[in-house]
Design a protein around this ligand. Structure first.
Ligand SMILES: [Fe+2]
Ligand SMILES: [Fe+2]
Length: 301
């Protein structure tokens, strides 16, 4: 087998073949790289991933904003709150925003969902969020949530695909990791974004702890990203709408709140918490976290 990277055209592989692999059950991921789109076949234990920076022998600081459950397109979308938080993050020098799913509210996720919607199509919901995000010069990195996926279930486009396209075409930077879990390699450590919507598997009161315990039992803290082994050090969990930060077995876990005012559905499901996001800073050396700080930031009204 030859080593090296080839373009798809050199290998005589076209878009039709990629779709054929996907239809045959392979997990195909793609991302923008060097002006083109790169496709990967994922193994069963591999999440979609993005390499940001490798490990450093010197102590270096990584900082990022954590945002989740925006639910853009619903009547209760807290647009002003989101704008206020992004503005503050920009003022404080943050450059990266990590989004852990439910960027839009979707359609027909629950009975009478349409009563809670201001916009009903993937295009409208995506356009509204793009128009907000593009005003702030961040690199946005996002996984998908169950509400984002609801359009695909009905044969429509995934709105995050549209948001990625709209923001990148307008000169911004948005990377879509198309999975409920996505791994970011940051200074040689892994930060996992997770949209934790498989509610039946995990105890509701301690979903992240249960996830970590299951992970450690299966040695899942050793994460492979395109052939290289890293340790999982950070876990950002979306879907619960709550604000939480704790450490378990050397992994720093956060729930970063939401930007959706409560409605009849979220109250019924217990998906309620503060509007806001997290500003997180970590000092990392040789893949070890030396210092860590994550604070919840509520919008200044
Ligand atoms: Fe949500
Ligand atoms: Fe969700």
């Amino acid at each position: 087998m030859m080593h090296g990277q080839f373009t798809l055209s050199k290998l005589h592989i076209g878009f039709a073949e990629i779709m054929e692999l996907r239809n045959a059950g392979y997990r195909i991921s793609s991302q923008h790289k060097d002006g083109g789109r790169v496709y990967y076949i994922l193994t069963n234990s591999e999440n979609v991933s993005l390499f940001i920076s490798g490990h450093s022998p010197k102590a270096e600081t990584a900082k990022w904003v954590e945002v989740s459950d925006i639910h853009c397109g619903c009547n209760g979308f807290d647009e002003q709150g989101l704008r206020n938080c992004l503005h503050q993050a920009h003022e404080e020098g943050f450059k990266e925003v990590h989004l852990s799913g439910d960027l839009v509210d979707g359609i027909n996720v629950y009975p009478l969902h349409h009563n809670n919607l201001r916009f009903h199509t993937a295009e409208e919901q995506a356009m509204l969020l793009s128009s907000v995000l593009i005003e702030y010069p961040f690199h946005y990195i996002s996984i998908v949530g169950n509400h984002d996926r609801s359009f695909e279930r009905e044969g429509n486009v995934n709105p995050i695909t549209l948001i990625e396209k709209q923001i990148n075409e307008a000169g911004g930077k948005f990377t879509f990791l198309n999975g409920f879990a996505g791994d970011l390699v940051i200074l040689g450590t892994v930060k996992r974004l997770l949209h934790h919507c498989s509610g039946r598997t995990y105890a509701k009161s301690y979903p992240a702890q249960t996830y970590i315990r299951n992970l450690l039992d299966s040695h899942g803290e050793n994460v492979f990203v395109r052939g290289n082994k890293y340790r999982l050090r950070f876990l950002q969990v979306g879907h619960h709408h709550t604000d939480l930060s704790f450490e378990s077995a050397g992994i720093y876990i956060t729930h970063p709140g939401n930007f959706q005012f409560p409605n009849d559905f979220t109250i019924r499901q217990g998906l309620i918490g503060y509007q806001g996001c997290r500003f997180t800073t970590a000092v990392i050396k040789n893949g070890q976290v030396l210092d860590y700080d994550s604070r919840f930031v509520k919008p200044k009204r």
